[in-house]
Design a protein around this ligand. Structure first.
Ligand code: NAP
Length: 301
């Protein structure tokens, strides 16, 4: 069996085309969606990620506010910047690029972002919402993976899903989202003994460990769907995922490439969350009923 490719680039392109119509409808009603991206310091990888996000905003007609702060910016100043953006009606989404310099407490900064503008979905309110299946903004990477999975036409309910990686931004929210969709979910991490004994049972295997070559064909069940979230730069400059793509594609039914799989979807879902926020802001402009903010959205409202 040779796996079919799950093309994240193509799906992203298609979704972004649809965004243009939504942006036009918003603009017609006097709302230009806006995303603020805060970068503290000069991490080269972070600069690239921020650049990609700003570019995607431009492509979709979303106004971007790029706030670059020096590496030694005091935490109080970062918090003051967030407070200003929270109060700015032109800003519908606020994202703080991680990692932050060591003198800044990441949690305090993430908690300072208004839950109504937390388009990365990292505020505790949104994390808690994910646990009970009722979040405002699903975190972008797992949200994108969910849509990629849906393109295969596979029913997730009842499937064995194994998530390799248990980070707060990918592995854990991924597992919660698929549990919400009634999969049987196993989460593996660096201390998992005999990783292969878990992965071999997966109907759907999602890998987000940041370890090139971690998943080899012997660890994969025939016909499994394999989603590779990993992005690793090899010494020769080549970008690879965590999965031995060439080997595993001979066993899987579907597989994501790296690059061109999950990566483009993460930025696309950030724009989706920003548009959703702007659309809600418009609906609530004259409404007193803020319960609307808490409407369940995971199942695609
Ligand atoms: P992270 O915070 O470093 O977390 C990595 C997770 O993998 C941890 O839970 C760790 O276990 C686990 N792990 C590490 N080595 C392992 C091993 N040998 N076996 C099993 N589990 C292992 O990383 P992250 O932020 O979640 O990112 C993971 C990867 O996804 C990275 O390559 C990153 O670049 C990529 N990524 C891609 C996108 C995208 O848009 N495509 C977005 C975000 C991240 P412990 O918890 O026990 O340490």
């Amino acid at each position: 069996m040779t796996a079919q490719i799950i093309d994240g680039k193509a799906l992203s392109r298609q979704l972004r085309e649809g965004f243009k119509t939504r942006v036009a409808a918003l603009v017609e009603q006097g709302v230009t969606p806006g995303l603020a991206v805060i970068l503290v310091g000069d991490n080269p990888a972070s600069r690239v990620y921020v650049g990609n996000k700003v570019k995607a905003c431009e492509e979709c007609g979303v106004r971007s506010f790029h706030i670059a702060l020096p590496d030694d910016t005091p935490q109080a100043e970062v918090l003051a910047t967030i407070a200003r953006l929270n109060a700015d009606p032109a800003v519908h989404g606020i994202l703080i690029q991680l990692p932050l310099p060591p003198h800044i407490d990441g949690r305090s900064v993430l908690e300072a972002i208004s839950v109504h503008k937390d388009v990365d979905g990292f505020h505790l309110y949104n994390v808690g919402g994910l646990v009970v299946g009722n979040t405002i903004f699903p975190p972008c990477t797992p949200y994108g993976v969910q849509l990629l999975l849906d393109t295969t036409g596979t029913e997730v309910a009842g499937k064995n899903v194994v998530v390799v990686g248990a980070s707060n931004i990918v592995g854990k929210p991924m597992a919660l989202m698929l549990l919400q969709r009634e999969a049987t979910v196993t989460i593996c991490h660096a201390r998992t003994r005999d990783l292969a004994q878990h992965t071999i049972l997966a109907d759907i295997l999602i890998v987000a460990a940041g370890r090139p070559g971690l998943i080899v064909p012997q660890m994969v069940k025939h016909g499994a769907i394999v989603i590779d979230v990993g992005i690793n730069r090899l010494p020769d400059g080549k970008i690879v995922g965590d999965v031995d793509f060439n080997g595993v594609k001979e066993k899987a039914s579907w597989i994501t490439p790296v690059p061109g799989g999950v990566g483009p979807m993460t930025v696309t879902m950030l724009i989706e969350n920003t548009l959703r926020s702007a659309e809600r802001a418009l609906r609530l402009r004259h409404a007193d009923d803020y319960q609307e903010w808490e409407a369940p959205i995971l199942k695609g409202a």
